[in-house]
Design a protein around this ligand. Structure first.
Ligand code: BGC
Length: 389
């Protein structure tokens, strides 16, 4: 009896001991499993620029069928298909069917922004006592990198291997004094469409001369492609303060508490709720066009924004290492641009949530620095996660 008992015990022990090995097996099987799903990166020609350069468009598809199209011109995201609460896919970004659409006077649809996201006052800044002059392409100010910013250049694209999902690496060499900025700058942006239904954007850069840099992404979202505007979508921002601006949308330099103002998005509320309130700041921006200072540490991953569309059930959560987010409610769209599926892009038909450093930081010593020195590596990450509820 005793020997039997011992044998049973030994067998149980042996069985328990083999368990971890069994758990290992699915991990080993993963690559084969992944190959069976439709994860892919494909490439197609997308037209020719006026100077004869060829533009390509890449399609990234993740394991769950999320699909994103990106072109080499401007690193522009031309479409992003995600499912709604009933599993029906829809394109949640504004844009055009053809390259020609993007070559009109388009306000940065889907594009990578550089060298400097948002405005630099009077198109001027100083570094070590030397003044640099930039294009004034927005009234008296410089906006989004100038006349030919990173949104209008051709990026070199290559597929990269990522454990997390299909990825596309975009690279651009910006020459010393390009658009007035000092330093030869090498920029890399990697878009990964993870199998966790996230779009991860990793930015990195290095320079050979002291310069300023503030990269971001300028996609206009509308989580309800059928809806005319984004006013019924609910937004939550992880920010106790924002940056008030002057009449030309340059921050005054003094952050203000959002509490008790239309700028309070600490609890989710529809964008339409307070956008029409009588408020000087809303008047200056013609709606929301401001920078919110994120709670949490600069350089560490933290929640930035959550956008929820009750109509489709789509949710987009943004996390970032950046210290701030520019929320622009599409106030300058006026119906003159006609996009995909012949949709007229009317007033507030899309919104931008641009993670970044503060506007005009090169002129405002109180703001976190945007200076990049030779030998330093610029690196920021922003993740857009797509779910439904
Ligand atoms: C700015 C707006 C500007 C828009 C251009 C946003 O990032 O904050 O003021 O009009 O970009 O599309």
């Amino acid at each position: 009896m005793k020997t039997h008992y011992l044998i049973v015990l030994l067998l149980v022990f042996a069985a328990c001991n083999t368990k971890p090995k069994k758990q290992d097996t699915p991990k080993e099987a993963q690559p084969a499993e992944k190959e069976m799903k439709a994860v892919s990166v494909t490439k197609e020609p997308f037209g020719t620029l006026p100077d004869g350069e060829e533009v390509e468009r890449y399609t990234l598809t993740n394991a769950n069928g999320l699909e994103m199209k990106v072109m080499t011109y401007g690193g522009i995201i031309t479409s992003l298909q995600t499912p709604d609460k009933d599993g029906k896919k829809g394109d949640i970004v504004l844009g055009f069917d053809t390259l020609e659409g993007y070559l009109q006077d388009v306000p940065y649809f889907g594009a990578l922004i550089g060298r400097y996201g948002n405005r630099i006052a009077n198109g001027k800044f100083k570094l070590d006592g030397k003044e640099y002059t930039l294009a004034k392409n927005d009234g008296p100010n410089h906006l989004h990198g100038g006349k030919k910013g990173f949104d209008k250049v051709l990026w070199t694209a290559s597929e990269t291997r990522s454990e997390d999902g299909p990825a596309l690496k975009l690279q651009y060499h910006s020459k010393d004094m390009e658009e007035g900025y000092p330093g030869n700058l090498d920029v890399t942006v990697v878009y990964t469409l993870t199998d966790n239904d996230e779009l991860r954007v990793d930015y990195s850069a290095s320079t050979d001369k002291k310069t300023v840099l503030n990269l971001t992404q300028h996609t206009y979202f509308n989580l309800s492609p059928e809806s005319e505007t984004i006013l019924d979508e609910e937004l939550k921002l992880n920010a106790d303060t924002f940056l008030p601006v002057n009449t030309t949308l340059i921050p005054t330099g003094k952050p203000e508490k959002v509490e008790g103002t239309p700028f309070d998005f600490r609890q989710p509320k529809t964008i339409g709720k307070d956008i029409g309130a009588k408020n000087k700041q809303l008047e200056f921006g013609k709606g929301y066009d401001h920078c919110w200072i994120l709670n949490g540490k600069d350089g560490e991953m933290k929640p930035a924004a959550t956008l929820y569309d009750p109509n489709s059930g789509r949710v987009m959560e943004i996390t970032t290492t950046e210290p701030a987010i520019q929320f622009y409610s599409g106030n300058f769209l006026d119906g003159s641009l006609v996009g995909k599926s012949d949709k007229k892009y009317v007033f507030r038909s899309g919104l931008c949530l641009e993670t970044q450093h503060y506007p005009d930081a090169p002129n405002q010593p109180g703001f976190p620095s945007t200076v990049l020195n030779p030998g330093e590596e610029y690196h920021t990450t922003t993740i857009f996660k797509f779910t439904v509820k």
